[in-house]
Design a protein. Structure first.
Lengths: 177, 510, 365
């Protein structure tokens, strides 16, 4: 009886000591989760999620203060990636599959007010005051900020047209199981 | 003399050949179509850029579009006539998407441009041969349509020792290479020797499937006395695949992710060799090719010498039209060819066959559940597990499929062909490859835009900081100025006071 | 332009289907089955019919509950094959409910619970056989002495109904299978030298008869030769490959040979092992079940070898006289592991999946 109590107590003490040392020795500085989440996010700081940029959104995700469906530009793929990272169920029902788009300036209505140029988070819009603006397709993330500020509705998001180079086979329709 | 190769590759299937439909029909030339639709994207790589204007008159063989970029090929007028349009036209592609195309209205004369005789082709240096092959717009005629000159240059610099000529033609129905080797073996051998000359190959092997004995005999006879060795390989799909043919002829394997040049090999199609001979011997660019028109729905299947840009419809008409309603039109062979729905799409340089198949020939009932019979595993010439890969892709786990070797898949379709449950295995793989490539492009773009956003944030911060500093500096300056003014004022006041003082003193003294 | 969903290549398909494969297997089973009917009379046929009908009904009900069309599923023949295999492994004069319960269990628990055809981990027929063996050990080991020829010994059709459905006593026909007899005699301390002559003397059957199949045993497992012939047909028709069957037979025969040479009084010789019990049926029709066996030829060989070894071990030292069903289920559980480690080498890569080095790449393995 006493032998059992003593041996178990010793074992407990020993293991506790090991755990204590491990906790000190192997301590991880900061929360790596936030950085990992931020790496998954688009990083264009568009603010559509309502948080101040992607860092804020990552922090909110790590704290559980935001749903994993918070990022419109990320689309379904991002929801799945975040769900895997956070170990939660991915509910894709409310997520729109975002068609790859770019902003386009309707040249005949653009008045060259430069508002879009000022809000673009990726400097994808070029143009000086009183001149028609143009969008660099490669740099545009289709965040839609420019569309919101345009006073003449000259800006709109348009799906990138499918070309021979970008076309690929769609997933086979589900066969009769 | 021909020998049977002693190597083999794993897997493979024996689809019903159906080559008898067209193999013994001599090559015919269709009537000159009214309009030719010459795609600017005839090849892998950058599209050619037009060098003519709408309304221009062109002669047959005249260059109408120049290659642009490192991997590209020029395009030549397939007949004489007038350019009536430069713009989008449906591509011979399953998507049916448009592709920039030059439309030539034929003048009915089919008049060649003036060509100076190039002289003895073997007098050219290796570089010169490659340059002429490039200028003639020659691309791989086996179907991949990779610019031939690029391959020649890479191979010469890479020290290729073995040239392998692909006369496999393992796809069912197709007989155009067979016909070419039977009827024009001397020109093909000449082209082979020129390619060999251009890359400095020490060994030249021609692999022909043993179901084409006439082609083997003709090629062996034509190769007599040259360094070209004709080898019979077993008729087995996909023997005409570059990697499998290399393995069947030499027993060597191309390392994963590498190219044939990595093991000192260069593979070209026999049709390409014929085009090379035409360009170096006669100075003629690539404007036509042999095309097999076949399938159960075609009234009189055969092999046609077709001008590039001829609409598929014209080919079917030359072959007597349809005797049966075609269930599917296919460009290329049935195993890897692409369906097309618009019968007006044109023949391009890589078109080896135009098929009109009946529903019975296709034989594709509804898919059933996988019973894990692993027939696909035995059929795969690469050694993959198609059933496992498809199961991963079906549940959206593309990464899992990549781990199983998705990137090594050559999309030969052997697995789909043999699957008793009729699961579209290779369709899953091509979907996954396309989706992964699209994701890769999106990732690159995201990285680029992320960087742009960071730069912008940094710039904004810098501007804000600079503004703040400028404001501070201004404030400091102002303060300094004021202080100075104050000091000056004080000094002046003091001086004045002193003056007054001294004035008083003086006055007092006076 | 035209945006109809295009059809992907290949635009040609081998003339084969799941239904055709199943039909070929059923045909290959037919000779041994018909022999069983001839040997054991109408009760055997009744049992077989009950098993198949129950399986089809269960399958239809499950598929219907899942809201799918039952007809194509029933036509693929997989449920019939499962029930057929189960029926062949039952005592020929067993009561109807044994077959019905076994079939119901095989389809529901063995197959549909996992998601239907192609999803199950364990061979449904063997799972049902093991369930019946554990739950009803008496009914599952009541063997019938075969009628030596179509004779008065065999019951008429009407009598057969009372045997199968009425539970008529069958003591008069009771007999012992070779493996069961040996096991029983061992437990009584009687070795092979004495037990075998007793058995053969009792029913006038030798190993020659065992090969042909005129002996006591399960409905369709008695005729090793007919099962072998069916298996060879399947190999010739490329429905199965030789790997798993040969490996399983080797897995039993090799240890049996070694053991019987060392101690003939305690270990049965390989011939007796090969011709007894469910081994032949299992080797050609059970371990070749594509759903529950490994993907690759090498994996299938390992699978068969393991099943054979386990069979011999259970027969020799286990509590049950026959171990085929247990051995198959154990190896079924090992299938995912085998598939994980036994994979074909990929073209252009080494066995570990690294790309072959340039220039020096060797011959294909």
């Amino acid at each position: 009886m006493i032998a059992a109590v003593v041996s178990l107590a010793t074992l407990g003490l020993f293991l506790g000591l090991v755990l204590g040392i491990a906790a000190k020795r192997l301590q991880v500085e900061g929360n790596p989760l936030v950085a990992e989440l931020e790496a998954l996010l688009p990083g264009s700081q568009c603010g559509q999620c309502g948080f101040p940029g992607c860092t804020g959104a990552a922090q909110a995700l790590a704290d559980g203060a935001a749903p994993i469906t918070l990022c419109p530009p990320g689309g379904k793929d991002l929801v799945v990636a975040l769900a895997a990272k956070l170990g939660v169920e991915a509910d894709l029902s409310g997520v729109k599959e975002n068609v790859p788009s770019v902003a386009e300036v309707k040249e005949e209505i653009c008045i060259g007010c430069t508002r879009c140029y000022k809000v673009c988070p990726t400097d994808a819009i070029m143009g000086a005051a009183k001149n028609i603006h143009v969008v660099f397709r490669e740099a545009c993330t289709a965040c839609g900020k420019c569309v919101d500020v345009c006073p003449t509705e000259a800006l709109a998001l348009r799906p990138i047209p499918v070309t021979l180079q970008s076309w690929y086979w769609p997933k086979p329709a589900l066969e009769a199981a | 003399m021909s020998f049977l190769s002693r190597f083999k590759f794993r897997g493979g299937v024996h689809p019903e050949g159906r080559k008898d439909l067209s193999a013994d029909m001599p090559v015919r030339v269709p009537t000159l179509p009214e309009c030719l639709f010459v795609s600017l994207q005839q090849h892998i790589g950058a599209p050619a850029s037009p060098v003519i204007q709408v309304g221009d008159k062109v002669s047959k063989g005249q260059r109408i579009a120049a290659s642009q970029g490192a991997v590209s090929a020029p395009v030549h007028a397939p007949t004489s006539g007038r350019i009536i349009a430069i713009g989008d036209y449906p591509a011979p592609h399953p998507s049916g998407l448009p592709v920039p195309t030059i439309t030539i209205e034929s003048d009915g004369e089919d008049r060649w441009m003036d060509i100076a005789s190039p002289g003895d082709p073997f007098a050219f240096s290796a570089e010169e041969v490659a340059a002429r092959v490039g200028a003639a717009g020659i691309v791989g005629l086996g179907g991949a349509a990779f610019p031939a000159a690029v391959k020649l240059n890479v191979s010469r610099r890479g020290g290729v020792t073995t040239l392998i000529m692909n006369g496999g033609e393992c796809e069912p129905y197709l007989t155009c290479d067979d016909r070419l080797m039977r009827d024009r073996a001397p020109e093909v051998i000449l082209g082979i020797r020129l390619i060999s000359h251009a890359v400095g190959a020490r060994e030249v092997l021609v692999g022909i499937e043993d179901n084409k004995p006439e082609a083997i005999a003709a090629m062996t006879a034509a190769a007599q006395g040259s360094e070209v060795k004709v080898l019979a390989v077993p008729a087995m799909y996909p023997m005409g695949s570059e990697k499998q043919l290399i393995q069947a002829l030499t027993g060597k394997e191309v390392p994963a992710g590498g190219r044939a040049a990595d093991i000192g090999m260069l593979v070209h199609n026999v049709g390409t060799a014929y085009a090379v001979a035409q360009s170096l011997n006669l100075g003629r660019p690539l404007v036509s090719r042999l095309v097999t028109v076949s399938g159960g729905a075609v009234a009189a299947p055969g092999n046609l010498e077709v001008l590039i840009g001829t609409p598929a419809q014209a080919l079917f008409e030359t072959c007597g039209g349809f005797k049966d309603t075609p269930a599917r039109l296919v460009m290329g062979g049935p195993m890897m060819g692409q369906q097309f729905t618009n019968p007006l799409v044109p023949v391009i340089k890589g078109t080896s066959g135009v098929l009109a198949l009946t529903a019975a020939e296709i034989g594709q009932p509804q898919p059933a559940p996988c019973i894990r019979c692993s027939t696909c595993v035995r059929a795969c010439p690469v050694g993959l597990l198609p059933l496992e890969m498809a199961a991963h892709i079906r549940t959206g786990d593309l990464g899992g499929a990549v781990d199983l070797g998705l990137k090594d898949c050559i999309a030969c379709g052997s697995c789909s062909y043999v699957c008793p449950a009729h699961i579209p295995l290779v369709h899953y793989f091509n979907y996954a490859k396309g989706d992964l490539a699209a994701k890769e492009r999106a990732k690159l773009k995201q990285d680029a835009t992320k960087k742009l956003a960071e730069e912008r944030t940094a710039r904004m911060e810098r501007i804000a900081r600079e503004r703040e500093e400028a404001a501070k500096a201004r404030a400091a300056k102002k303060a300094a100025q004021e202080a100075a003014k104050k000091a000056a004022a004080e000094a002046a006041a003091r001086e004045k006071a002193e003056k007054e003082q001294s004035g008083k003193e003086q006055a007092e003294a006076l | 332009m035209i945006h109809v969903a295009p059809a992907h290549s290949p635009h040609a398909h081998a003339p084969t289907s799941v239904g055709m494969i199943m039909a070929t297997v059923l045909l290959a089973l037919a000779p041994a089955t018909l022999f069983g009917f001839w040997l054991f009379g109408w009760p055997a046929f009744n049992l077989w019919a009950v098993a198949i009908l129950t399986a089809l009904a269960t399958e239809a009900a499950c598929v219907g509950l899942a809201g799918r069309a039952a007809k194509p599923v029933l036509l693929d023949g997989s449920a019939a094959l499962t029930a057929w295999l189960l029926a062949l492994s039952l005592p020929p004069w067993a009561p109807w409910w044994l077959a019905a319960l076994g079939s119901f269990f095989a389809i529901l628990v063995g197959k549909q619970v996992f998601g239907g055809l192609g999803q199950n981990v364990f061979n449904p027929a063997m799972a049902a056989r093991v369930m019946l063996l554990i739950a009803f050990p008496v009914e599952m080991t009541l063997w019938t002495t075969p009628g030596s020829f179509p004779s008065a010994q065999l019951p008429s059709f009407l009598e057969s109904l009372s045997i199968t459905f009425g539970g008529a006593p069958m003591d008069a026909m009771a007999s012992a299978s070779l493996l069961g007899h040996v096991k029983t005699e061992f437990t009584r301390g009687i070795d092979l030298a004495h037990s075998l002559p007793a058995l053969f003397g009792h029913s006038q059957t030798g190993l020659g008869d065992a090969a042909w199949g005129s002996r006591a045993g399960s409905l369709g497992e008695t005729s090793a030769l007919l099962l072998l012939a069916g298996g060879l047909v399947l190999i010739a028709r490329r429905v199965i490959t030789w790997h798993a069957p040969v490996a399983m037979l080797l897995g039993v025969a090799l240890p049996a040979l070694i053991a019987s040479l060392l101690d003939p009084a305690h270990y049965l010789d390989p011939a007796a092992h090969l011709l007894s019990g469910g081994l032949m049926l299992a080797a050609f029709f059970i371990v070749t079940d594509p759903v529950t066996c490994p993907n690759t030829s090498a994996g299938q060989f390992a699978f068969g070898l393991g099943a054979g070894l386990l069979t011999w071990i259970i027969r020799t030292w286990g509590g049950y006289p026959e171990g085929v069903a247990f051995a198959v289920l154990l190896m079924n559980a090992a299938t995912p592991v085998i598939d994980r480690y036994v994979k074909p080498r990929i073209y252009g890569r080494t066995r570990d999946g690294k790309p072959l080095p340039a220039e020096t790449s060797g011959k294909g393995a």
